[in-house]
Structures are given as structure tokens and as C-alpha cells.
Design a protein around this ligand. Structure first.
Ligand code: GMT
Length: 380
């Protein structure tokens, strides 16, 4: 197939999933065209089946806000037509499902029917999507997609609860590529980060409010009161400053390293003992899956789609949002007990294997084929 992929090219989960999916499809012989405003963060290798079309910025002085949707639509029309794409897969509804609909209408006038699949990732529904400034457009655009997928059962249910969705939403869970995410021997890293064999805890996110990064610090403080420990904070975003100030006020900066945005997170996960994800909302929690693939148990909140990934008492522990006491007690329980830690590590890997790209990617391929079959007779 010739597949177009539209996504946010940043470090966010939806862009990561879109990029990894494109890479996986390319490896299986499909021709994949990424259409975004910047090269996707994880698209760092050359592959003969991968093409990248950059949407250029228009800086006309009249535009206080650049009309990105219009530029993206024009680019889509161009790429779909001249690369003769079979299908367009857009990730994150806003504005991508809407832009896809516009491109579809333009192409229809020019004699081509463009099948569109929209994948819902989370905040495009639960946070931004339901905002009045977007909701009618989001509902309309989702309904105009030929296929709709959601990354968890939770997200499907929420989408159907919030909006009047006329089509079936297919749940295709996020996935993990074990050729990249696996526990590797990085003992020299471990020695550098924790020279006295301290326990290593980790958090990765975009440091937005929804991630509750201050809870990570509070949990870590309670763990550290019980045992020597280090915390790695990976990523960057609006809450980082507040978070650093909290560390300073608690006097624990010496044991916390803010590493900013990192590419090779699997190398850091390889030396980690426990992953913390206390989010206030999370449709799936891809980072939890990445941690688990590297045999790291997860202490998380019990919101959204997280329980579909992290299994209570098996791969980690789940607590109510903001319950720092329970989260730290659970973290201490695992870290104090080597047998339990070893068992949870093995369980985490076993659970992650259910989300192996080798299992999930064919679900997308089958879904594309069903959409192509379904739209084959569309009158142009
Ligand atoms: O985690 C984020 O805030 C980024 C956001 C995105 O769209 O890039 O992530 C969402 O999509 C990820 C991939 O499907 C999911 O793993 C995250 O759980 C989801 N984030 C939220 O629902 C808050």
C-alpha cells in the first residue's frame, strides 16, 4: 500500500506511535509518506520506503496566527495526487481529521476518493477535544473519517460518551518494538548515576499539568526517606520549573537529575528499577509500556487506559490520582523486596509482549484493507 501519515512530529506519544507505525509498515514493504511541519523526532534513520514531505510555514505579515491547517491541506492534496496514495492515516484528531476531510473534498472534485483513517490518542478527546472551541468540529471530522481507531478501550468509551459518533471505533492498542526496547547491559551508566548502588527511579513526560510531575518528586522524597535512591526526570515542558523549585525547597536536588528531552530512553530505562507515572489523565500511557518492555515495573495512577497496560499487583501498582502516600508505600514495597522486584520485572516484560509491534501492526494493515475494500466503490 501507499500510505500517507500525518502527525505531530514532536516527542509526544501520538507522534511517536505514528512514526513507529510508519517505520514498521515501511519495513514490511509498504510505501510510507510522512506529511508534517518537521521531521518526526523518531524518524532518524533512512529507509528506502520512507518519504518525508515538509509542510512549509507561511510568514505573511498579515497573519498573526499562521494558517497551518490550510498549508497542510494543500500539501496533502499535492502529495496524495502525485504520490498516488491509497490511504491517509491521521494521528490526533485536532486539526488532522478536519484537514483530512478538507483534502478529501478537494480531491473528490478532482476525481479521486481518498480513504481516511483517524486514530484518536487521548487529549484530542479527553482534554482539548471536548472544549467548546473545538467540539463541534472534532465530532464532525471524526464522523467524516472512513475509519476510526482508538488506542485503548477507555478512549473508545470516552469518545462515544462525549460525542455522537456514527461509526464503529476500532480499538487498536499502542505497541512496542522489541528490537529497540529491551533490557540491555548498561552497567557503566548505572555506576555513573548511582555509584553507591542506590535504587534508580524514573519519570518521562512532556511535563504538562496532566502528568502531575510534582507527585513524582513527592513520591521520590518518601522513597528516599527509606532507602538511598536517585531519580531521573526525562523530558521537558511547562511544569519543569515548578518541579525543580519543589526539589530545591525539599533539599533533594542532589539526587534528582533533570535530563531534558532524550532520544535513547531505552538506554536509561535499562538501568532503572522503577518507573513513576502519576498522571491525572492518560488514555494509554505509552511510556509505561516502554518501561515494561525494558523490564521496569510501574507505579502509576489508575486513570484512563493505564489499567489496560499496567496490571495491579502484577506489573506494578495503581493508585488514585494524587495518592502520594499509596504510591510511595507501593514503591518502597517493591524496592525493599528483591524477590518481588525480580518477579515484577519478569511480569512487566511478559505483559509488554502482548503489545509487540509484530502483533499490533498487522491489525492496522487488516484495518486499512477493510477500509479500502469498503470505500472501493465510492462514486467520484
Ligand atoms: O502524553 C501526552 O500528553 C502526549 C499525548 C499525545 O497525543 O502526543 O499522548 C497521548 O497519546 C499517547 C499515544 O497514544 C498515549 O500513550 C498517552 O496516554 C496520551 N496522553 C494522554 O491521554 C494524556
Amino acid at each position: 500500500m501507499r500510505i500517507g501519515i500525518v502527525c505531530y512530529p514532536t516527542f509526544g506519544g501520538s507522534g511517536v506511535v505514528a512514526t513507529e507505525l510508519g517505520l514498521g509498515l515501511a519495513k514490511k514493504g509498504h510505501q510510507v509518506h510522512f506529511i508534517t511541519y518537521k521531521r518526526p523526532a523518531r524518524l532518524s534513520v533512512f529507509h528506502e520506503n520512507i518519504y518525508f514531505h515538509e509542510v512549509s510555514q507561511v510568514n505573511y505579515p498579515l497573519f498573526e496566527y499562521e494558517p497551518y491547517d490550510t498549508s497542510l491541506t494543500s500539501k496533502l492534496v499535492d502529495v496524495v495526487k502525485y504520490e498516488n496514495l491509497d490511504l491517509l492515516h491521521v494521528h490526533y484528531a485536532i486539526p488532522h481529521a478536519t484537514v483530512a476531510y478538507m483534502a478529501k473534498k478537494i480531491l473528490l472534485q478532482q476525481g479521486k476518493y481518498l480513504p481516511v483513517v483517524t486514530t484518536l490518542h487521548g487529549t484530542d478527546i479527553t482534554l482539548v477535544g471536548i472544549d467548546h472551541s473545538f467540539a463541534p468540529v472534532v465530532e464532525f471530522s471524526i464522523n467524516k473519517s472512513d475509519g476510526i481507531t482508538a488506542v485503548s478501550q477507555f478512549l473508545k468509551d470516552k469518545t462515544e460518551e462525549y460525542f455522537n459518533i456514527e461509526k464503529d471505533i476500532k480499538v487498536i492498542h499502542n505497541f512496542i518494538d522489541f528490537t529497540r526496547f529491551k533490557k540491555v547491559d548498561k552497567n557503566h551508566f548505572r555506576k555513573a548515576i548511582a555509584p553507591n548502588d542506590e535504587k534508580i527511579l524514573m519519570h518521562i513526560s512532556n511535563f504538562r499539568k496532566v502528568k502531575r510531575v510534582q507527585d513524582v518528586i513527592r513520591v521520590f522524597k518518601k522513597v528516599q526517606d527509606k532507602m538511598p535512591a536517585k531519580l531521573l526526570m526525562i523530558g521537558d515542558g511547562p511544569e519543569r520549573q515548578n518541579c525543580e523549585e519543589l526539589c530545591r525547597s525539599m533539599g533533594i536536588c542532589g539526587d534528582i537529575r533533570f535530563l531534558g528531552k532524550q532520544d535513547a530512553i531505552e538506554e536509561l530505562l535499562a538501568v532503572t528499577d522503577l518507573f513513576l507515572l502519576p498522571s491525572g489523565n492518560e488514555s494509554f500511557g505509552l511510556v509505561a509500556l516502554e518501561a515494561m518492555a525494558c523490564e521496569v515495573p510501574v507505579i502509576s495512577s489508575n486513570v484512563g487506559g493505564i489499567p489496560e497496560v499496567n496490571i495491579e499487583g502484577v506489573t506494578g501498582f495503581l493508585s488514585d490520582i494524587g495518592d502520594v502516600e499509596a504510591m510511595s508505600a507501593n514503591a518502597i514495597r517493591i524496592l525493599e523486596n528483591p524477590d518481588m522486584l525480580a518477579k515484577f520485572r519478569a511480569n512487566a516484560l511478559a505483559q509488554a509482549k502482548n503489545f509487540d509491534i509484530e502483533i499490533i501492526l498487522p491489525q492496522y494493515e487488516d484495518y486499512y484493507l477493510s477500509i479500502l475494500e469498503h470505500t472501493r466503490h465510492q462514486v467520484v
